[in-house]
Design a protein around this ligand. Structure first.
Ligand code: SAJ
Length: 423
């Protein structure tokens, strides 16, 4: 019977999961090794932006069942929700998963359940995490297994985490069947989607396949976008029409693929078999090339301007989130600065660093070009007349086909759209 749950890592996944578990009736110990995170949460404040998370956390804190700490304590179940970044060699950096697993060793008891929600390369649960946990003296394998070990990959999309953590189907990949079944008793208490039981390595591949599917699809959209430019077609119209086919679902082109998932996870497949994952690698490279392409197209729009001033709308990796991890905007900004541009950034969801102008009106003063990088809903209500007032040149590059271009043209803007070869 699971009553006490210890969640390791209080980021985008661990924090909402801790809160959901507490509201579902478990006694939850949320653990983070970052002291600033622990202090912020103990004050009842949030260190990340996610719609609905504040309300969820307040409910968890009101329940009195959520405690925040900097180290684990004995529990019935341990959930590892720590990041797995990419090394410079484009392999998984498992150091957080390893240290979280090691921190459980002294707490592990017979009958415990350990779940890894972090995204990991195939084989990690069995070959890396299990041997670490067995240093406790308990056994993970075979008929003598004395604790359960499961990979249950998180699948929530930033921006809709609070809803999806409950509504999404989950894959429970156990080291053995008993492990997967024990995980089912925990997840069935708060997941409304279906629970699919499988083995740990299959679950690892499933998770990586999901994000790779999306990354490859976006790479195709980006390649088509560049082709459309060449042949004088508007890619947005072409994709919209193609998607009327009952078996076609092309994704959207854009300034690049950011965030902590799509831009990283496909490499975990490549790392395991570089010679047979060529499409995965090519797609990654295509998507990684998009920010540079945006910068190049911006420079074409600025070729007659001396000392150009550019305003980037958006620093976050996608619309309506405050997450800047792996954001294409940072690469675009850097590339434009290298070209000699003065670059300012406006982002209502992100605390923009000091050297940028965070007051939108100030940002546009004397500028030559506005680039829409991130599709934040706030940018739709920008008034082109107001934006253009202080600008030196009224030019707009929309890398997401997001703004109401007619309004901008009426107000004297020269407008270019990524992937639109008709202009
Ligand atoms: N993007 C495009 N074109 C599109 C869709 C997205 O250029 O058509 C870009 C976005 O602008 C963004 C990046 O891709 O920069 C990734 O955004 P996303 O919304 O596709 O996904 P993430 O990274 O926020 O979340 C993904 C989700 N995975 C899938 O949908 C298969 C989510 O369900 C996962 O839980 C999450 O990765 C994760 O944590 O792995």
């Amino acid at each position: 019977m699971i009553e006490r749950v210890c969640v390791l890592g209080l980021g985008y996944i661990g924090l909402p999961t801790s809160a959901v578990l507490a509201t579902a009736g478990f006694a939850v110990l949320g653990v983070d090794t970052e002291s600033s995170v622990v202090e912020t949460l103990r004050r009842g404040e949030l260190h990340i932006e996610e719609p609905g998370l504040r309300t969820l956390l307040e409910a968890a804190q009101r329940s009195g069942r959520l405690t925040i700490a900097d180290r684990p304590e004995p529990a019935d179940a341990f959930l590892i929700c720590v990041p797995t970044p990419l090394t410079p060699e484009k392999t998984a950096d498992l150091s957080c998963v390893i240290s979280a697993s090691e921190s459980i060793i002294p707490q592990l008891r017979e009958g415990n359940l350990v779940v890894i929600e972090s995204t990991i390369p195939p084989g990690t649960t069995r070959d890396v995490v299990a041997p670490i946990l067995e240093r406790s003296g308990l056994s993970a394998f075979g008929t003598g297994a004395s604790f359960s070990l499961v990979h249950c990959p998180e699948r929530v999309i930033p921006g809709q985490v609070v809803r999806e953590i409950i509504s999404n189907d989950r894959v429970l990949g156990g080291l053995d069947r008993k492990s997967a079944e024990q995980a089912r008793t925990l997840y069935s208490t708060f997941v409304e989607g279906e629970l699919h039981l499988t083995d740990a390595t299959t679950a690892e591949v499933v998770k990586l396949s999901e994000n790779t599917f999306r990354d490859v699809n976006i790479a195709l959209a980006n390649e088509l976008s560049n082709l459309c430019k060449r042949v004088g077609v508007n890619v947005w119209d072409a994709i919209e029409l193609a998607n009327h086919h009952p078996r076609v679902n092309l994704h959207q082109p854009g300034p690049g693929v950011g965030g902590h998932c799509l831009s990283i996870d496909p490499w975990f497949l490549v790392e395991k078999a570089p010679e047979i994952t060529q499409m995965v690698r090519l797609s990654r490279n295509i998507n990684d090339g998009q920010p540079r392409l945006v910068a190049e197209e911006a420079m074409v729009l600025l070729r007659d301007v001396l000392n150009p001033v550019v305003v980037l709308l958006g620093l976050a990796y996608k619309g309506n989130v405050g997450d800047v991890r792996e954001s294409p905007a940072a690469t675009i900004r850097e590339a434009l600065r290298q070209e000699g541009c003065c670059v300012r950034t406006v982002d209502p969801h992100v605390e923009v660093p000091d050297h940028d102008v965070s007051n939108p009106k100030e940002a546009f003063r004397g500028a030559d070009l506005v680039i829409l990088v991130t599709e934040h809903r706030e940018f739709r209500s920008l008034e082109p007349a107001e934006v253009g007032q202080g600008m030196r040149n009224r030019r707009l590059y929309d890398a997401r086909n997001f703004l109401d271009h007619k309004q901008w043209i009426v107000n004297g803007f020269v407008v270019r759209i990524l992937g639109d070869g008709t202009k």
